[in-house]
Design a protein around this ligand. Structure first.
Ligand code: ADP
Ligand code: MG
Length: 463
């Protein structure tokens, strides 16, 4: 038996590591130190109060699970908060102690098929429609979900298949539908299960000869939500059992909601009879959100964290993280962590540091090619025109502006810039820079354009 606090905490960390992403693990668990283990109480030390609150708010269940597994039912966790000015370990710490019991964890399969009222939904109450921001990227799936929530099993959307790349909100939406159904119809039996868990349960019930209990259990469900069904691939027995459950439920007018990282037709190594059933209802995709939607989502998360992030920082992050909402959240979490741990103000510079972990292009040098592309896009011109001979006014302005940005944001010499713009000589470049400055003095709209492009170059908002 382990009784040493360091080892105990080490075991807990192993469990925690498996349940959360690496970024969050590094940010929130690596800085924690185990202090002692006494009377079944494991004491851990966290850097400050904010840290403690964050752990309690976001990771309490994971912590409970880990403590219970490692120490047992009686296990308790206490926090010590390092007083910020006295860094010695010993007398000066422990201003606040918090204690909580390792709560019971319900397993829907403990008493399979017996007590109907005992079905635990396994829904995450934090994932609701209220905090699922609507945008073009999710409109169809979201409204189908809403419709289902008001009439589960009775719409044409059965099954509802939500698919899309990782981090775009499939799991959130699936829980939101489940939560809303429970709100609308308290007696409805909703079950959320990941495909992995479903598979494990199939295997366990085969091993323990309780497959029929397993099937009975599933027949009690009114709304079955299965997440990430791409993991059914190559699992013939699980597919067969799922096929039977699907048919039973569907025939009895029960609602089925599935998510997948790809559309049904692209599911590999999943039987055709299943795939064709997945297509019976509605397949709706979640795509990457546009800038405005990302800003709205980001704002919502900021509001939820109860902190202040100015528009410039929000824009910077939302411009740079485009394809994954989970990363957007990750960036916010890192930002908060960096700012509290290092006592730094949340500003664009801090955001830049944080973003580096997420977006590789932030590390790249700005090149003349990047600038050309940005300017050409802005003026809707082909890049070639910038290095061509045209003397048309709009092209000339775009060309001069590109040279101006190249001079200010790259280390290229005048000569080099000239060469890159159709072999012009360095005096042409000097003339262009002056022309841009003059125009900025006299034309405010032009000045705005220049500033907007400068901002984009600084933020490296080019492909
Ligand atoms: P997926 O299951 O597609 O990988 P998740 O549902 O886990 O993605 O979403 C990743 C994160 O992004 C979650 O924390 C979720 O709350 C958030 N998220 C996704 N879409 C939205 C949205 N439309 N509004 C608010 N948050 C969202
Ligand atoms: Mg998911």
């Amino acid at each position: 038996m382990i009784i040493n606090h360091v080892e105990l905490w080490g075991e807990c960390l192993e469990i925690i590591k498996r349940s959360i992403n690496q970024q969050s693990y590094k940010t929130w668990f690596e800085p924690v130190n185990p202090i002692k283990f006494q009377n079944q109480i494991l004491t851990i030390q966290v850097p400050n109060k904010f840290f403690y609150e964050w752990l309690e708010e976001h990771y309490v269940n994971i912590l409970k699970t880990a403590i219970k597994k490692v120490i047992g039912e009686e296990g308790r966790l206490e926090y010590q908060i390092l007083i910020e000015n006295h860094r010695q370990i010993g007398k000066n710490e422990a201003v606040i102690k918090e204690q909580h019991k390792a709560a019971e964890i319900k397993n829907p399969f403990v008493i399979p098929g017996i007590k109907k009222s005992k079905v635990e939904s396994h829904l995450n109450p934090n994932y609701t429609f209220d905090n699922f921001i609507e945008g073009d990227c999710n409109r169809l799936a979201r409204s189908a979900g809403k419709a289902i929530a008001s009439r589960p099993g009775k719409t044409a959307f059965n099954p509802l298949m939500v698919y899309g790349d990782v981090g775009l909100g499939k799991t959130h939406l699936a829980h939101a539908i489940g939560n809303e159904i429970k709100k609308n119809f308290a007696k409805t039996q909703v079950l959320y299960v990941t495909t992995e868990k479903f598979t494990t349960h199939v295997i366990d019930s085969i091993k323990s000869n309780s497959l029929s209990d397993f099937m009975i259990f599933y027949q009690m469900i009114d709304v079955l939500i299965i997440d990430d069904i791409q993991f059914l691939a190559n699992k013939a027995k699980t597919q067969e059992i799922f096929f039977n459950i699907f048919n039973e439920l569907h025939q009895s007018g029960k609602q089925i909601i599935l998510t997948s990282d790809r559309p049904p037709k692209d599911l590999q190594d999943v039987e055709n009879r299943l795939i064709s059933r997945f297509k019976w209802g509605l397949s709706a995709d979640l795509s990457a959100p546009d800038f405005e939607t990302r800003m709205a989502i980001f704002d919502k998360k900021v509001e939820h964290e109860g902190i202040n992030v100015n528009d410039e920082v929000a824009e910077f992050i939302c411009y740079n993280i485009q394809n994954n909402i989970r990363e957007l959240e990750g960036a916010l979490i890192s930002l908060i962590a960096q700012s509290t741990l290092n006592r730094k103000h949340i500003d664009v510079n801090l955001a830049k540091d944080v973003i580096k972990q997420f977006v590789s292009q932030s590390n790249k040098e700005i090149s003349i090619e990047n600038i050309k592309k940005l300017v050409a896009d802005h003026f809707s011109l082909p890049v070639e025109k910038l290095q061509g001979k045209t003397r048309k006014r709009d092209v000339v302005i775009a060309r001069q502006l590109s040279m101006y940005l190249a001079k200010n944001y790259t280390t290229s010499s005048l000569k080099n810039i000239g060469q890159k713009f159709g072999n012009r000589d360095h005096s042409t470049v000097i003339y262009s820079l002056q022309a841009v400055r003059d125009m900025m003095d006299t034309d405010l709209i032009f000045k705005d354009t220049v500033q907007e492009l400068e901002k984009k170059v600084q933020m490296k908002l080019y492909d």
